[in-house]
Write a protein that binds this ligand. Structure first.
Ligand code: ZN
Length: 308
């Protein structure tokens, strides 16, 4: 069966900083490097698709988008090769550990951080419930040594729906798109350069994490985001896609297939767990994180049964 389905090509295993538009950099696939293993090293089949971060040069200080304490060394050394200035602003796309766990480091250097009010709440709620770090355990990139040792440093400036930042000759619009990958996802649109940072609302050729998401809502949000006249879309995980927004159509196709196949399986099986076992996503077998198919189908099945 698997052999007969034509697979989408696998993602490029690019790592490091790429200047996508003059002065706008993406730190790609940082923190792991397991995808780029040296000769003789074994490549974990779950590797690749680590978090992407943004670095935007301005006439003033640089702006950083997202961060991960585990990627600090790699990100900061890459950033230093591009600029000697410390970041002035820090923007969070959502609350997850792999996008916000190094906020305190930037605060200490004087950066002002921005994020949705709901993102701040989610960080605080998960920290209080002691799951903010813990829920990342078990992945290849270890967090176990950080459990109980690290607090949250939520964004200082918060907004409800939208916030426009004009700084150092750049304009950045932070737009809340509601409950998609998490309860609060924000995209960052740069209207002059037509660059759209999507956080984890979009992963390129990487199976998305949908665990605390709302997939049906997410599909609707992608339709809205496809209307942006984006020259470059930056995913939260996975390599940089080609110019334009066709990559969003490909990603939406994944979620639609997940929905339709799970709905079909639910008509034949009584429980979400049994239905999820039937769901195949073979054409995506070359994407990063193929082990997520079952958990993604299980989440979809629960959502279709009315449980978010
Ligand atoms: Zn992420």
């Amino acid at each position: 069966m698997a052999g007969r389905v034509k697979a989408f090509p696998g993602p490029a295993r690019t790592r490091g900083f790429i200047e996508t538009v003059p002065g706008i950099y993406v730190g790609l696939n940082l923190t792991g490097g397991r995808g780029g293993a040296k000769a003789g090293e074994t490549i974990d089949e779950r590797s690749g698709g680590d978090t992407n971060f943004g670095l935007i040069l301005t006439r003033n200080k640089p702006i950083v988008i997202d961060n991960d304490i585990r990627a600090r060394k790699e990100f900061v050394s890459g950033m230093r090769r591009i600029t000697r200035k410390a970041p002035g602003f820090l923007l969070n796309t959502h609350h997850n550990f792999d996008h916000t766990s190094d906020n305190a480091y930037y605060h200490k250097q004087g950066a002002v951080s921005f994020g949705a009010g709901r993102t701040r709440q989610e960080m605080e709620r998960e920290h209080e419930a002691d799951i903010w770090v813990r829920q990342m355990a078990g992945r290849i990139l270890k967090v176990e040594h950080l459990i109980g040792k690290i607090g949250v440093a939520p964004p200082m400036v918060t907004f409800e729906d939208e916030l426009t930042i004009r700084y150092g000759g750049r304009t950045l619009q932070m737009i809340s798109i509601g409950h998609c990958h998490t309860k609060s996802d924000t995209v960052i649109w740069m209207p002059d350069e037509k660059v759209l940072f999507m956080g984890d609302a979009f992963d390129y050729r990487t199976h998305p994490v949908v665990r605390i998401g709302n997939i049906l809502n997410w599909i609707g949000a992608l339709d809205q985001l496809r209307k942006f006249p984006a020259r470059q879309i930056v995913p939260g995980h996975g390599p940089l896609p080609p110019r334009g927004n066709r990559c969003l159509t490909e990603f939406k196709g994944y979620l639609i297939k997940l929905r339709n196949r799970t709905a079909a399986a639910l008509r034949r099986e009584k429980t979400p767990a049994r239905a999820a076992k039937r769901v195949r996503m073979d054409e995506y077998r070359n994407w990063f994180r193929p082990h997520l198919v079952y958990v993604n189908a299980l989440k979809m099945a629960k959502e279709l049964r009315g449980r978010i």
